[in-house]
Write a protein that binds this ligand. Structure first.
Ligand SMILES: Nc1ncnc2c1ncn2[C@@H]1O[C@H](COP(=O)(O)OP(=O)(O)O)[C@@H](O)[C@H]1O
Ligand SMILES: [Mg+2]
Length: 246
C-alpha cells in the first residue's frame, strides 16, 4: 500500500492565457502539480517556459485563466482578493532574483515590511516591538545581525538576497517560493543561499518551490520538474516520494 502523501498545496488543471493582439498565447497548459509539506521542489526549464507564471499563481500573485490552487485542502482561487492577500502574507514567502528590496529603507525596515503591511497601521517606525524583535531575529538567522542599519546599496548582492530571505521568513511561512534566487549571485554566495535553504527546510520543515537554471543547485531538491512551453515534461526524484518526513 502506498504511504499517504501530505499535500500542502496543489495546482489543479491550471491554464494561463494572455491575449496578445488578436491571438491568444497559452503560457500554462493544464498544469497539475502537488507539492508536499516539507519538500524542496525544483523547477527547471528554458526561459519563457512558464516557470515564473506558475510560481506566481501558486503564490496568489497572479490568477489563472482556468483551474485553481488548493492549499491545505482549501480552494484559494475562489477567495476574494482581500482574503487571498491575507493568506499570502501569513502562509507564503517570496524571494526573487533581483531581491526587490526597497532602496530607501534599512535592512531591518525591509525585513519588517510584511508585518507593517499586515497591520496596515502606523507609519514606519520602531514602536512595533514584536515586529522589530522578530525582524532582528530573522536577520540574525540569515547571518546579518551586524548589517541591520545598512540600506540595500550598502550591501553586497549576497547580503541583499539574505535580507530578502529574512523578509520572506518574518511571518514564518509554511512555504517559500523562490524565483531564481541565486541567478544573480557568484558561486560562493549561491552556496550560502543553498545552505540557508537546506537549513530552513531541515530545522523548520519549511517547504520550498524553487525555479533555477543552475543544474547543480537543482540537485538540492529531492524532486525536480522540467517545464517546456507551459507544460511539465519531466519529473525526476532522487528518492521515492513518501510525502511526510519524520
Ligand atoms: N503580461 C504578459 N502578456 C503576454 N505574455 C506574457 C506576459 N507575461 C508573461 N508572458 C509570456 O509568458 C511566457 C512565460 O513567461 P514566464 O512565466 O515569465 O517564463 P519563465 O519564467 O519560464 O521564463 C513567456 O513567453 C512570456 O513572454
Ligand atoms: Mg522566470
Amino acid at each position: 500500500m502506498e504511504a499517504s502523501k501530505d499535500v500542502l498545496t496543489c495546482a489543479k488543471d491550471i491554464t494561463k492565457d494572455y491575449q496578445v493582439g488578436k491571438s491568444t498565447l497559452r503560457v500554462l497548459n493544464e498544469i497539475n502539480l502537488e507539492i508536499c509539506r516539507g519538500e524542496i521542489l525544483m523547477i527547471l526549464g528554458p526561459s519563457g517556459a512558464g516557470k515564473s507564471t506558475l510560481l506566481h499563481i501558486f503564490g496568489l500573485l497572479d490568477t489563472p485563466t482556468s483551474g485553481h490552487v488548493v492549499y491545505e485542502g482549501e480552494n484559494l482561487s475562489q477567495l476574494s482578493p482581500r482574503l487571498q492577500a491575507e493568506k499570502r502574507n501569513k502562509h507564503f514567502g517570496f524571494v526573487f532574483q533581483f531581491y526587490h528590496l526597497l532602496p530607501d529603507f534599512t535592512a531591518l525596515e525591509n525585513v519588517m515590511m510584511p508585518r507593517l503591511i499586515e497591520r496596515r497601521r502606523r507609519p514606519l517606525h520602531h514602536d512595533d516591538k514584536t515586529g522589530l524583535e522578530r525582524a532582528a531575529e530573522v536577520l540574525d538567522r540569515v547571518g546579518l545581525k551586524d548589517r541591520s542599519h545598512h540600506r540595500p546599496d550598502q550591501l553586497s548582492g549576497g547580503e541583499r538576497q539574505r535580507v530578502a530571505f529574512a523578509r520572506a521568513l518574518i511571518n514564518e511561512p509554511a512555504i517559500l517560493f523562490c524565483d531564481e534566487p541565486t541567478g544573480n549571485l557568484d558561486t560562493r554566495n549561491s552556496r550560502e543561499i543553498q545552505d540557508l535553504i537546506l537549513e530552513l527546510n531541515t530545522s523548520n520543515n519549511q517547504t520550498f518551490v524553487i525555479v533555477t537554471h543552475d543544474e547543480n543547485f537543482a540537485e538540492l531538491g529531492k524532486r525536480r520538474i522540467r517545464m517546456v512551453d507551459g507544460r511539465i515534461v519531466d519529473h525526476a526524484s532522487t528518492v521515492p516520494q513518501k510525502g511526510e518526513r519524520g
